[in-house]
Design a protein around this ligand. Sequence first.
Ligand SMILES: *[C@@H]1O[C@H](CO)[C@@H](O)[C@H](O)[C@H]1NC(C)=O
Ligand SMILES: *[C@@H]1O[C@H](CO)[C@@H](O)[C@H](O)[C@H]1NC(C)=O
Ligand SMILES: *[C@@H]1O[C@H](CO)[C@@H](O)[C@H](O)[C@H]1NC(C)=O
Ligand SMILES: *[C@@H]1O[C@H](CO)[C@@H](O)[C@H](O)[C@H]1NC(C)=O
Ligand SMILES: *[C@@H]1O[C@H](CO)[C@@H](O)[C@H](O)[C@H]1NC(C)=O
Length: 331
Amino acid sequence: MGVEISKSLWWVVALFMVQVLQQIADGNQQVHCHFIFGDSLADNGNNNFLDTLAKVNYSPYGIDYLYGPTGRFTNGRATIDVIAELLGFENFIPSFATAYGTDILFGVNYASGSAGIRNETGSSERIPLEKPLENHQTTILRLADILGTKWYYNTSQECTLEQFAQPLIQQCAQQLMSLHDYGARKIALFGLGLIGCTPNAVEKYGTNGSICVEIMEEASLLFNKKLKSVVEELNSNLTDAKFIYINYYAVGADSSLLDFKDTSSGCCTVASDGQCIANQIPCKNRTEYAFWDSFHPTEAVNKFIAESSYSALEPSDAYPFDIHNLVLLNL
Ligand SMILES: *[C@@H]1O[C@H](CO)[C@@H](O)[C@H](O)[C@H]1NC(C)=O
Ligand SMILES: *[C@@H]1O[C@H](CO)[C@@H](O)[C@H](O)[C@H]1NC(C)=O
Ligand SMILES: *[C@@H]1O[C@H](CO)[C@@H](O)[C@H](O)[C@H]1NC(C)=O
Ligand SMILES: *[C@@H]1O[C@H](CO)[C@@H](O)[C@H](O)[C@H]1NC(C)=O
Ligand SMILES: *[C@@H]1O[C@H](CO)[C@@H](O)[C@H](O)[C@H]1NC(C)=O
């Protein structure tokens, strides 16, 4: 039971993306290169080569994607793909697992469907120092591990939300500073989304009369509040760089503007782990659904989120400003 719980939770809670936009050079794109760190929301195939259940390089994933199932945890483009398009990149940013040669000139996507702030148990994947950016592979979020086993599921109250979130955010701030040490100057941080509203969360934990699982929503908002103040602090401490905070929670909630027919169930037929069952025919019209499987949004939501983080619809969507203004910034 414990295993199953933590396996599904890390998907639910580790909704975290960091994007690093390096300064302009040539080409049509607005930034020279674009590095992506995150979890399954941003993974574009890094997990395909790992010995993990958290990989989705099979049909019907990618049913609406040009190259079919690539390891993206959705039906079409992921949010990071649409952001790359908005930034003017001709190609999507390659996954770390497949990038070689000159591919990396435009950036690399390190996101991995099991990533968290903390190191995974058994940090056997040590990164050679000659490739400093690879170090960040080991620093991406591991929220779920912790939330799943120590906090949400085990309600023995040994750790309050506040006690849990504080060290996590401190570790996160440190990782952002080392990203800066490696030369990152424009950094967009995506907070947590509506983790208590996924079909999986609602089905597994119950909502007690609300629409979403409230304790998970509280955790998400608490983490985001702290993340936003880290952004504030980093901006005053590191004056040669700019960090922005994308209010992924608010932007995700606003995607209801798309007027989906179904916001409570996934489009594909899922197995007990919440992932699509291989080779089953999914819902016909993906744009009517907010969720693709039990955890991840459809391309329609991803596109909305990408567009709103690039050009904020509301002042509260991005702090102190959106990605578009970040890339325009003269540092
Ligand atoms: C995480 O893993 C990296 C690489 O193995 C190591 O250098 C670092 O000290 C670890 N951090 C923690 C908090 O265990
Ligand atoms: C909660 O965690 C404690 C300490 O790790 C453990 O002894 C206990 O069995 C756990 N409770 C449940 C319900 O898993
Ligand atoms: C459900 O609501 C009741 C009354 O507010 C509360 O005591 C209980 O802890 C809630 N349960 C969950 C799982 O949130
Ligand atoms: C910013 O600098 C202050 C003063 O040196 C320090 O206490 C704080 O931890 C720094 N904040 C971050 C997020 O690095
Ligand atoms: C799919 O759903 C959208 C939104 O409800 C609608 O505009 C569109 O016409 C539908 N497409 C098809 C092929 O039914």
